[in-house]
Design a binder for this molecule. Structure first.
Ligand SMILES: *[C@@H]1O[C@H](CO)[C@@H](O)[C@H](O)[C@H]1NC(C)=O
Ligand SMILES: *[C@@H]1O[C@H](CO)[C@@H](O)[C@H](O)[C@H]1NC(C)=O
Ligand SMILES: *[C@@H]1O[C@H](CO)[C@@H](O)[C@H](O)[C@H]1NC(C)=O
Ligand SMILES: *[C@@H]1O[C@H](CO)[C@@H](O)[C@H](O)[C@H]1NC(C)=O
Ligand SMILES: *[C@@H]1O[C@H](CO)[C@@H](O)[C@H](O)[C@H]1NC(C)=O
Ligand SMILES: *[C@@H]1O[C@H](CO)[C@@H](O)[C@H](O)[C@H]1NC(C)=O
Ligand SMILES: *[C@@H]1O[C@H](CO)[C@@H](O)[C@H](O)[C@H]1NC(C)=O
Length: 664
């Protein structure tokens, strides 16, 4: 016979375990700092800027417009550093040390920040460098070589944002995922304060959590830093990081393909970064996957927009995962304390609760299963989730005030069934502070008093289409300093400038004078190169005009295999011409595997035309319309990008009249 106490433990305990309280009677937890996205780090929004209206504005609405889509609360951008920063290079505001050459119209991050602010004036802006122009290190590869120089460079960017674009920068970082330098951080704080920029908060160090140890040991450093920003924390932080007493952010996280598993990763970390790691902000790398699919970290953005030529874009599950929190909170709300509104659910999953302290309550619940919510990094320890009934009781100051909660629902699916994204369900009745909810796997629920949430939508974007052929661009219709459509710089930076030649009005010019302070492993190539086209193309015929002001070499290439930090190791068919009167054909960017070579007559300071035709195992190159070579080439690689480039870093190189006549 079973004693009575055992019945109690068998039947009552499981029910008791699945009950949760939301209670502010012993105070509230940490302040909520917002959810955000990163553009750059690098060149991740490259193709977005080239979208035609109305699609471009629609995409921006899905990202930034309040009560519409992701409704982001923080927007973090790369401070362009003229070097490869993952999926391309971004232009620095100071290619050289001459303040007169500083420019605040380069690249697309200024434009994107303004578009974000236009939609949400309350969005917070955060700048972080990934790399630096060489002069910042005074010829060394150390950006901290002279901390004054670096602080001046960063302050110029912050002040330029204000004076040229009326943008107020809220947060500034140190050096993405690279060493920090305490002397520099303290100097940066001092410089900001003395220039009236006390409101710009320093986030350090956008890396692992070692900065916490430095903060605990150095009071002046502790004072200089306002928030700790850690990357890919796997929802957990170190004891030292907690001990600093500072707000902790996952200042870069997610980085997972935006399929349903990516949506699961994002939903899980948005809750559990607080539940497990006391983190009060999570920022997605990246904001939007707007770089060619064949570049590294394919589609690791909240949504995808990689076809400016067709207007096609995809609104994916992470957009709605963000909406589940952002549309029901504001920066400055408070999380409830752990165990009193934030916890794991007994049968897997988690919930967090937040309040504005004025009577509003938002509860976000997620039940992401292990295999459906793995992020790219770090590894996810095993755990189980099963269907469960969760009973909640509101206690404390909100207990008697809340009689009903609005319900928004997402179900990610991993079979042929249709997912549900951010759907409004009938409100749930709260009686005497209590309600319960049946939870299945891979769901997100938001329960909230907030009434303003909306699922924004536009008609489906145009059908997907491959890169168009034939393709032509004479670069004459761009603003000065902008970048030509669809070119994805992988080393160096190409900008549109006045060519001062009757046949070449505006042209593309390589703008970086020196090999920069890089962050790539293995390294950036010691030359500049930009990619365009469809990586799946096997055969192509294309041409471009070029001009070399003094002396040097340029190249065009096809079937180029890889970009990002692997650009240096790319293969393909490369046609190099030099003002010293030679040409070479190689099957690698490293110029090691020479297929053929010969004499050419590339003029100095005069425009000439390069053309390359690759079909099967045959390649033919033309210089000014005359055949330079016709040669057999290796059968591999079979496909890849078109590329143009220069053999060294200098600003003497120009390109115009790009044309692809045939490609398949
Ligand atoms: C830069 O380096 C040169 C020597 O190469 C040195 O004379 C100069 O003082 C340095 N300037 C700064 C600002 O560190
Ligand atoms: C600059 O932005 C602020 C809001 O941050 C706005 O109030 C002001 O009108 C803007 N000034 C100009 C000149 O556009
Ligand atoms: C941090 O999170 C833990 C749970 O992981 C919680 O017990 C603790 O109270 C939190 N501490 C702070 C200071 O937020
Ligand atoms: C809750 O937030 C809304 C804005 O969404 C606001 O209008 C309302 O006054 C707040 N307070 C309560 C108790 O709902
Ligand atoms: C998950 O459930 C399976 C099957 O019941 C069990 O074998 C496994 O140990 C569980 N894993 C964890 C981490 O609880
Ligand atoms: C190159 O483009 C310019 C316009 O920028 C045009 O005038 C010129 O004819 C073109 N040259 C060739 C060789 O196509
Ligand atoms: C790049 O090549 C030039 C010579 O062309 C050389 O002087 C320079 O040291 C090289 N830089 C790097 C980073 O390899």
């Amino acid at each position: 016979m079973v004693p009575k106490w055992m019945w109690t433990s068998i039947f009552l305990l499981p029910v008791a375990l699945c009950a949760y309280t939301i209670d502010d009677s012993s105070g509230l937890g940490r302040t909520y700092d917002g959810i955000g996205g990163i553009s750059g780090g690098g060149a991740t929004s490259r193709l977005l800027v080239n979208y035609a209206e109305p699609y471009r504005s629609q995409i921006l609405d899905y990202l930034f417009k309040p009560n519409f889509g992701a409704s982001l609360q923080i927007f973090k951008v790369e401070i362009g550093g003229d070097a490869q920063s993952t999926d391309g290079t971004e232009s620095s505001h100071m290619h050289n040390s001459n303040p007169k050459d500083a420019n605040y119209d380069r690249g697309y991050e200024w434009w994107l920040m303004k578009e974000a602010k236009k939609r949400n004036p309350d969005i917070k802006l955060y700048g972080l460098p990934w790399a630096f122009p060489k002069w910042v290190g005074n010829g060394t590869s150390d950006p901290y070589h002279n901390p004054d120089v670096l602080a001046g460079y960063i302050l110029n960017w912050i002040k330029g944002a204000k004076s040229h674009h009326n943008l107020t920068i809220d947060y500034i970082g140190i050096w993405n995922e690279r060493p920090y330098n305490p002397t520099y951080i303290k100097l940066l704080r001092k410089s900001l304060d003395s220039e009236g920029l006390q409101n710009v908060q320093i986030i350090a160090a956008d890396n692992l959590q070692f900065i916490s140890i430095s903060i605990l040991e150095d009071q002046e450093l502790a004072k200089a830093i306002q928030k700790i920003g850690v990357h890919y924390p796997g929802t957990e932080v170190t004891q030292q990081t907690i001990q600093t007493g500072k707000p902790i952010w996952a200042s870069e996280d997610y980085s997972t393909n935006n399929n349903e598993i990516g949506g699961g990763c994002w939903a899980r970390i948005l809750n559990q970064n607080y539940v497990n790691g006391n983190m009060t902000s999570t920022i997605s790398w990246n904001l939007i996957a707007s770089y060619y699919d064949a570049l590294p970290y394919t589609r690791d953005g909240l949504m995808t927009a990689i076809e400016p030529w067709s207007g096609h874009y995809e609104v994916t599950s992470p957009i709605w995962g963000a909406a589940h929190t952002t549309q029901f909170t504001e920066i400055g709300w408070k999380y409830f304390k752990h165990g009193a509104g934030a916890a794991h659910l007994d049968k897997g999953g988690s919930y967090v609760s937040l309040t504005d302290g004025k009577g509003n309550l938002t509860i976000v619940i997620e039940t992401m299963s292990h295999d459906h919510s793995k992020c790219i990094r770090p590894g996810l320890p095993p755990y189980n989730v099963s269907a469960q009934t969760a009973s909640f009781t509101i206690k404390g100051s909100l207990a008697s005030k809340i009689t009903s909660l609005n319900v928004w629902y997402t179900k990610l699916t991993f079979d042929s069934s249709t997912p549900t994204y951010f759907e409004k369900k009938p409100a749930i009745k709260v009686s005497q502070g209590s309600f319960s909810l049946d939870l299945q796997l891979d769901e997100i629920y938001t329960l909230s008093t907030v009434t303003t949430a909306q699922k924004g939508s536009y008609p489906a974007s145009p059908a997907s289409a491959p890169f168009p052929v034939p393709y032509q661009d004479n670069f004459d219709s761009y603003p000065i300093h902008s970048e030509a459509n669809n070119f994805a710089d992988q080393s160096g930076v190409y900008e549109i400038h006045q060519a001062n030649d009757p046949d070449h009005k505006l042209a593309m010019r390589q703008m970086i004078p020196d090999y920069p302070i890089i962050r790539c492993i293995p390294a950036d190539p010691n030359l500049t190169v930009s990619y365009i086209g469809n990586h799946n193309w096997k055969d192509a015929t294309f041409s471009i005009d070029s001009m070399i002001e003094v002396n040097g070499g340029v190249f065009i290439a096809f079937r180029v295999t890889k970009g990002g930090c692997q650009t240096k190791n790319a293969e393909g068919v490369y046609f190099w011409v030099n003002t010293n009167g030679t040409f070479t054909v190689t099957s690698d960017i490293g110029h090691k595997d020479v297929i053929t070579k010969g004499m050419s007559s590339v003029p100095v300071a005069k425009w000439f035309t390069l053309k390359l035709q690759v079909e099967g195992t045959q390649a033919t190159g033309y210089l000014n319309g005359k055949q330079a070579f016709n040669t057999k080439i290796p059968g591999t690689p079979k496909n890849g990008f078109i590329a143009i480039g220069t053999t060294d870093f200098s600003t003497q190189y120009w390109f115009d009249n790009f044309s692809v006549t045939k490609a398949s």
